[in-house]
Unconditional design. Sequence first.
Length: 199
Amino acid sequence: MTVPDITGRETARLRFASLTLAHARDLWAMDNDPEVMRFIDGGRGAPWEGYEQRTREWLDRIARNYPPHLSFWALHRRADDAFLGWFHLRPSLRDLWRNQIELGYRLRRECWGQGIATEASRALLAYAFTEHRVPEVMALTLARNAPSRRVMEKAGLAWTHDFTFPAEFVPWWNEEERLSVRYAVTAEDWRRGEGRSRK
Ligand SMILES: CC(C)(COP(=O)(O)OP(=O)(O)OC[C@H]1O[C@@H](n2cnc3c(N)ncnc32)[C@H](O)[C@@H]1OP(=O)(O)O)[C@@H](O)C(=O)NCCC(=O)NCCS
């Protein structure tokens, strides 16, 4: 039996594609934008030297840790095939959330504010709940990352609780800056929401 995979699928404006080493330059440009990295590493940037090798290692870790159908994908714009960023829908490896299915995203700044993260998140939720029958999808972000929280809300997730992101992952932030939030939606609640949006 073939396992459903969202690679190659399209939404109104977007296409999910395999994330490969061919994306290294685009990933580097995105990860060197201090605004993109503001809530991730505080916008510290990374030199191109060694970046391709680190990307190769990252992609290898992704391939080792996740099945291809619950993993990371590159997001491209259908109109001109431009790389817009990446999304993940994967079993979390963090101790506290281990094996919970986690949605995550990072987009180039040029495409912010056009509903792109919401459009892709909604497609990934539909994929998770209808094709993989997962019981719940959750997402984590820093409490002060207002755009990310808004995307979660618009995609149909709701706040479940606050927590403090462990210092070992983000040693450059103090405890207050590490305040974080978990959002989630169960399959049942998602179906109810879908029913409402079809009316
Ligand atoms: C978070 C991110 C993916 C959002 O992408 P996007 O395509 O711009 O998102 P959308 O357009 O679908 O929705 C963004 C929403 O946030 C709102 N928003 C933007 N800046 C905001 C702010 N400072 N305060 C409150 N809301 C804000 C937008 O108005 C929009 O909501 P609306 O449609 O109700 O007006 C993008 O900003 C990004 O890549 N950020 C950097 C990486 C990152 O932080 N990733 C998340 C880590 S958990």
